[in-house]
Design a protein around this ligand. Sequence first.
Ligand code: ADP
Length: 365
Amino acid sequence: MGTMILKNINKIYPNGVQAVYDFNMEIDEGEFIVLVGPSGCGKSTTLRMIAGLEEITSGLFEIDQVMINNKAPKDRDIAMVFQNYALYSHMSVYHNMAFSLVLRKENSDKIHERVMWAADVLGLTPYLNRRPAHLSGGQRQRVALGRAIVRNPKIFLLDEPLSNLDAKLRGSMRKELKTLHNRLGKTMIYVTHDQIEALTLADRIVIMNEGYIQQIGTPYEVYHDPSNLFVANFIGTPPMNSFTTTLTTNGELIIGKNKVDIKAHKDYNKLVDKGYLGKEIIIGIRPEHINVEKTEDINQTMISTIDLYELYGADALIHFKIDEKNVIAKTKDVENKHPKDLITYSFDVDYIYFFDKETEMRIDG
Ligand code: ADP
């Protein structure tokens, strides 16, 4: 139970702002879906329409083949966890978790059983008598999750639930959430602006921008197979390098003072078929697919100097310029590189992505 269909969903607020355009998606029971995108892209609005906190302007929303559009939030069998977990400060952890069941007039044995179960799942058993003020941030967030799971809903909605926590705690809560999801097997829809959270948590990611879905895919797909330049730049840290260049009629890209032959690339035939030879095109390449070597030979063609060198331990980022454009390479060879060093660079040609200069859509085979 918990299969959802969202068909041609639009949201126009009373002031005329259209926050969501034509949202289409089917979500299977038990999936962990993450909606991700920059601030204002419409992800909270989408979540709030699913919760029933915002009206759906047009479109169809079904859960298990029942139309939900006009059902009140309390009749949707959905529980929501917010960023500001809004615990009742005068109540103990136990009573915070029991509260929604008390409101629903559940029998007290059942309430006790559900709260003790949730406390056990979330590691909160030792803290049941504490007030929220005497808990750490992570523990409070667990109580907020506990309030949702005691109700045993079909679907969980989570709106930036970890963003009030510090980086270290966020990392450990991510693991807990993933474990919780595996244990409960319930559909979860999670909103965040943080693409790392999206990549690490999701079964499938929905990337949104300006109210439109940009791509839906597994973390692997959106990273390795972005459908447009927005997704390519949004997913991955540091982002994919991208710049406009010319594809010659001989099947070579002009990069710096050099020409890079791409005739063996898997997408080359598509570029030819679609008439991109001799045209300007946007190319993208991830930092891990640019190779950088120190050199002393100033006569090489693909040459630059290091602007900035950032060591992250096992790997390092090298910032440099190609034709005045800032580029970042990631290297595992972390020794002996310094700003102002002369370098040669090369691309792993198979890993170049091609985008239309006007539409910014991927041109792939
Ligand atoms: P996100 O969660 O991705 O940051 P939102 O869904 O909150 O984005 O907002 C999407 C767009 O809708 C934004 O342009 C925002 O200003 C607008 N918006 C959000 N809530 C309202 C509202 N109650 N009335 C009018 N416009 C709104």
